[in-house]
Write a protein that binds this ligand. Structure first.
Ligand code: ADP
Ligand code: MG
Length: 357
């Protein structure tokens, strides 16, 4: 059981403001991901929650108990939090059992209690049969699961994970995602997960907090953040997207770079807009309103990644792989757009106006 209430937290290192007015509540049992480009402040936020870093301003509450803020500061060891970091520091000279037991051993927990707890968490991470092994007899993924088991053994209500999969190869990373998610489901623990990998965030999170330069740009479910991004940064960070400058007029948007081609548009906006189109939402369609010359085509098996030249603009299209063979480079194709996002053409905080089919 753990809630995390972050009240107007800010953090500066000297002149450098790393977090600005972070103000959110993570609910009990939620899987929260802090997502954003390298250097945006994710680790700093996690270290403030853990108690390795003091915020410059604001308060932090764990289960509604003030742990950081004003004159109060509860040190990490008294916050009952489990943690796993990118470089999974398992003790090389201790076998799996002793590694996992360590947090309980130093608390002088009775031996039979330790045994039961270690067995329980080794079961959860599927390592029961490896208890006697030394870390160098394990794969990277298994070592990372030892680190997870050790973080879970003292039954914390809150688990903090900082890019825990980034040292693993792609296949293992993918399977570990599901394992971590499964562990969270089984234990009901609240998880705060840090990553710069949007696919990881999409696959695991109940809610994603997308951060840029220390400011939360948007929070919401993967679906909300992917399909209803509040600004261009969010639209661009999650998934693939191309932006085209357009001119909204009655019933349509004209694209000067595409030689004046248009898409139908019934929205409220007129004048200059930025239109964002995800390549998977463009369909090769003989009836489509846009046309261009197929300039490049990459067959990837499940899909084809195509580039269509429309005037000066290059339009990216993700087409189903089974169309392979029916398309020729150099031919003219017509395109329809299943949906697109319209942003105001005013620099930083564009508003999303309409998603239209
Ligand atoms: N102890 C520190 N002293 C000074 N600057 C720091 C310290 N820790 C982090 N920073 C700076 O804070 C910013 C955010 O860092 P960090 O939270 O590690 O980002 P992320 O985890 O999102 O990559 C970076 O510009 C980094 O250089
Ligand atoms: Mg980091």
């Amino acid at each position: 059981m753990a809630t995390v209430r972050i009240s107007h937290i800010s953090k500066s290192f000297g002149e450098n403001t790393v977090l600005q007015d972070f103000n959110e509540t993570f609910r009990d049992g939620e899987f929260i991901t802090l997502l954003g480009p390298s250097g945006c402040g994710k680790t700093t936020m996690l270290r403030i929650i853990a108690g390795f870093e003091k915020p410059t301003g604001g308060e932090l509450y764990l289960d509604e108990r003030l742990v950081s803020g004003g004159k109060t500061f509860i040190p990490p060891e008294r916050r009952s939090i489990g943690m796993v970091f990118q470089s999974y520091a398992v003790w090389p000279h201790m076998n799996v059992y002793d590694n996992v037991a360590y947090p309980l051993t130093i608390r002088r927990t009775p031996k039979d209690e330790i045994r039961a707890s270690v067995q329980r968490v080794l079961d959860i991470v599927h390592l029961s049969q490896y208890a006697e092994r030394l870390p160098n007899q394990l794969s990277g993924g298994q070592q990372q699961r030892v680190a997870l088991a050790r973080a879970l053994v003292a039954t914390p209500g809150l688990l903090l994970l900082d890019e825990p999969l980034s040292n693993l190869d792609a296949k293992l990373r993918e399977s570990m995602r599901f394992e971590i998610k499964e562990i969270q489901r089984k234990t009901g623990i609240t998880v705060v997960y840090v990553t710069h990998d949007q696919t990881e965030a999409m696959a695991m999170s109940d809610r994603i907090f997308l951060i840029n330069r220390g400011v939360v740009q948007q929070s919401g479910s993967p679906d909300e953040i992917y399909n209803r991004p509040v600004n261009q940064f969010v639209a661009d960070f999650l998934g693939k997207v191309d932006f085209f400058k357009g001119d909204a007029q009655e019933g349509r948007i004209v694209f000067p770079a595409m030689g004046g081609q248009t898409l139908p548009y019934e929205g409220p906006r007129s004048g200059r807009v930025d239109v964002a189109i995800r390549p998977e939402n463009i369909v090769i369609d003989p009836e489509g309103p846009l046309s261009g010359r197929l300039e490049a085509l990459y067959y990837l098996g499940d899909v084809m990644d195509c580039r269509v030249r429309a005037g000066e603009a290059l339009v990216r299209v993700i087409a189903p792989g089974y169309l392979h063979g029916s398309l020729q480079i150099g031919e003219t194709v017509r395109l329809s757009v299943r949906d697109f996002m319209v942003f105001e053409d005013d620099g930083l905080l564009e508003e999303i106006l309409r998603i239209q089919t």
